[in-house]
Design a protein around this ligand. Structure first.
Ligand code: ACM
Length: 260
């Protein structure tokens, strides 16, 4: 299968412009899976719950419609981040769409820093989506810091983890090889670039979006300061073999009676 990411440079609050940038990066692209950054339509650095609410959407809002257009244009299952509104709560979510179908959303469980002022923590277990012949898990940005997230997705059968991100710390790209190695899964970390100085925050986003292989090898890494699209060919079934050697199996050798 062909899988990849689109790394963007969004302008805060300007959804039409942010959608156009992705369409122009994806021109002539054909793929099976495309991952977009966290909160790709809105930007990241909010200053109040009211501002966050103004940019929030239901699951079938304008961002979902844009993602379905992108899916139809490219042939890909598309995963990307948005502000999900449900009643009076807002979640930092990622949506999974294919063609005209919204497969579901994942709500970020581990909120970073002041995200806790704008968003409710995810209230659903991480889910694995069976799509287009592969099994797809979703986690969002800072979730990587909690190894339980990737482990849970892998134990539930994910072959590939889509990882929409807005990374501001330098550790994730060099840590994902371990997340992938210890779970024998592929991961696509779709990051953004640019700077947002808003309210109490001044964030420089680190780019370097990354596709990481099931044995911890880096299959592709983007630039730190340019929008970018990258695609690789990978075999998701390679993630199904959890044998490290004749005696060690990554999952069967676990001993949960000793762990929290
Ligand atoms: C982050 O979780 N966006 C740092």
């Amino acid at each position: 299968m062909i899988a990849g990411y689109i790394q963007t440079d969004p302008e805060f609050g300007n959804k039409p412009k942010n959608f156009r940038q992705i369409f122009s990066l994806a021109t002539d692209t054909r793929a099976d899976l495309l991952v977009l950054p966290e909160l790709f339509a809105t930007g990241y650095t909010f200053t109040s719950p009211e501002e966050t609410a103004q940019l929030a959407e239901p699951v079938n809002g304008p961002t979902a419609r844009f993602m379905m257009e992108l899916s139809k244009l490219t042939g890909a299952v598309v995963v990307g981040g948005f502000i999900e509104q449900e009643e009076d709560r807002m979640y930092n979510s990622s949506l999974v769409v294919t063609g005209e179908t919204i497969l579901g959303s994942y709500r970020k469980i581990h909120l970073f820093n002041r995200e806790k002022l704008w968003f409710s923590g995810g209230n659903k277990a991480p889910e694995v989506f069976e799509v287009a012949g592969f099994r797809l898990g979703v986690m969002i940005c800072f979730d990587w810091f909690f190894p339980e997230t990737a482990r849970t997705l892998a134990l539930k059968g994910a072959q590939i983890i889509a990882h929409p991100s807005n990374l501001v710390m330098p550790y994730c790209q060099r840590s994902m090889p371990l997340r992938c190695l210890e779970n024998r899964v592929f991961a696509i970390t779709a990051n953004r670039i640019g700077r947002e100085t808003r309210g109490a925050d001044d964030f420089l986003f680190t780019g370097a979006s990354q596709i990481t292989g099931h044995k911890g090898d880096i299959l592709s890494q983007g630039p730190v300061d340019q929008p970018h699209i990258a695609l690789v060919e990978l075999d998701p079934t390679a993630a199904d073999d959890k044998n490290l050697n004749d005696y060690n199996h990554l999952f069967n050798d676990r001993n949960p009676s000793f762990y929290y």
